[in-house]
Design a protein around this ligand. Structure first.
Ligand code: PEP
Ligand code: MN
Length: 364
């Protein structure tokens, strides 16, 4: 058994599992210079590179395919890194299994996890094979799909399974490309405590500027590792250009992350304060997600009011909101003044959004 793989899936790691590499393998030079840059950092375990790319619409770059396999072989020769590619069809699986000199690990993409027929076909193709599989969460937050995918690969006899949290498709307007919904990966960790849980901040963020913050939250929440898209020349990337960092930026990012002791092995080490802070972090993000949802509905109401020539501000409705919320707030021990202030702030923003809809950008 490969000791590097054993180390990753042993459950005894003190430091995070780091997966890095380009969204897509594009050229031999791009793959090798990225891999060498990543290997120099020293703390990265796995080199990722998509060679078959799931693109939402046809016509964009769909990956290099098998031509990239020798490049990955070269990565393995020139660096200590393990290699991982996404497999979405049984043909992809067969090719990966035929080329152990190029591919060490397979990952299942978010679009595939959403389809139980595909997952079952892939699990069947891997029946009895000893290769590690990382499973990304499905695009939609239907946890049974993610759980089901883990179960299907477990039933096929895959021993080394990891799960990757890459966020969920935002049906509401969001700063992030995919909404983290942090409680869902943590539910998965509770259900599968021995399976490494990796966060993919790149696909959550969609932009490099949020990577550090998301990575730190994942570490605070005791994730076992990170998958960060890294490209030698991100602006020229053929896919996901906006979210990829250079190997040097990756090094800086990794160095800045504060790694705390993992609670699973040292339950007493983390202070109570830290545990409370993790809960607060989680709740803050949930609050923001809910606020975004509320604003979206307010905007939809705004459009309706404009179309039907109804005024934005409706006194009776507003008074009703204040009274019912303050009453409810009191019941759950919230300060009356605080609830009023908070609602005023939220209401003001909703009115602002609706006004923008009625009067264009120059309003209020
Ligand atoms: C990827 O990792 O490049 C990818 C396509 O991700 P996801 O399946 O999470 O969209
Ligand atoms: Mn990508």
């Amino acid at each position: 058994m490969n000791t590097k793989i054993q180390n990753i899936f042993s459950g005894k790691r003190q430091k995070p599992i780091i997966i890095a590499g380009p969204c897509s393998a594009e050229t031999e030079q791009q793959v090798l210079s990225t891999a060498r840059g990543i290997a120099e950092i020293g703390s990265v375990d796995i080199f990722r590179a998509g060679i078959w790319k799931p693109r939402t619409r046809p016509g964009s770059f769909e990956g290099i395919g098998i031509e990239a396999l020798p490049w990955l072989t070269e990565v393995k020769k020139q660096t200590y890194l393990l290699t991982a590619v996404e497999a979405a069809t049984t043909e992809h699986i067969e090719i990966c299994l035929k080329h152990p000199e190029s591919v060490d690990i397979i990952w299942i993409g978010a679009r595939t996890t959403a389809n139980p027929f595909s997952v079952q076909a892939l699990a069947d193709a891997l029946q009895g094979v000893d290769i590690p599989v990382f499973i990304k969460n499905p695009l939609n937050p239907d946890m049974s799909l993610w759980i089901g995918a883990v179960e299907r690969f477990q039933k096929a006899g895959i021993v080394n399974i990891g799960i990757i949290h890459r966020g969920f498709y935002p049906f509401v307007k969001s700063a992030f490309r995919n909404i983290p919904k942090w409680d869902l990966p943590l539910d998965m960790k509770c259900r599968f405590p021995n399976i490494p849980l990796i966060c993919d901040p790149s696909h959550i963020a969609g932009k490099t500027e949020y990577l550090a913050e998301i990575s730190q939250i994942a570490m605070n929440l005791n994730f076992d590792g990170l998958m960060i898209e890294t490209h030698i020349n991100p602006t020229q990337a053929l896919s996901d250009a906006e979210q990829q960092v250079t190997p040097i930026e990756l090094k800086e990012l990794i160095e800045k992350i504060v790694i705390r002791q993992t609670s699973s092995e040292n339950p007493d080490i983390r202070s109570l304060l830290e545990k409370y802070r993790e809960q607060i972090d989680l709740i803050d993000f949930q609050l923001l997600e809910l606020l975004a949802k509320r604003m979206n509905i307010a905007e939809a109401i705004g459009k309706y009011k404009t179309e039907n020539k109804i005024t934005v501000f409706q006194l009776r409705r507003w008074l009703n909101i204040i009274t019912t919320r303050v009453e409810f707030g009191k019941k759950i021990n919230l300060n009356e003044k605080f609830v009023k202030k908070l609602l005023q702030l939220v209401h003001r923003e909703a009115i602002h959004l609706q006004n923008k809809n009625q009067n264009g950008e120059n309003s209020l």
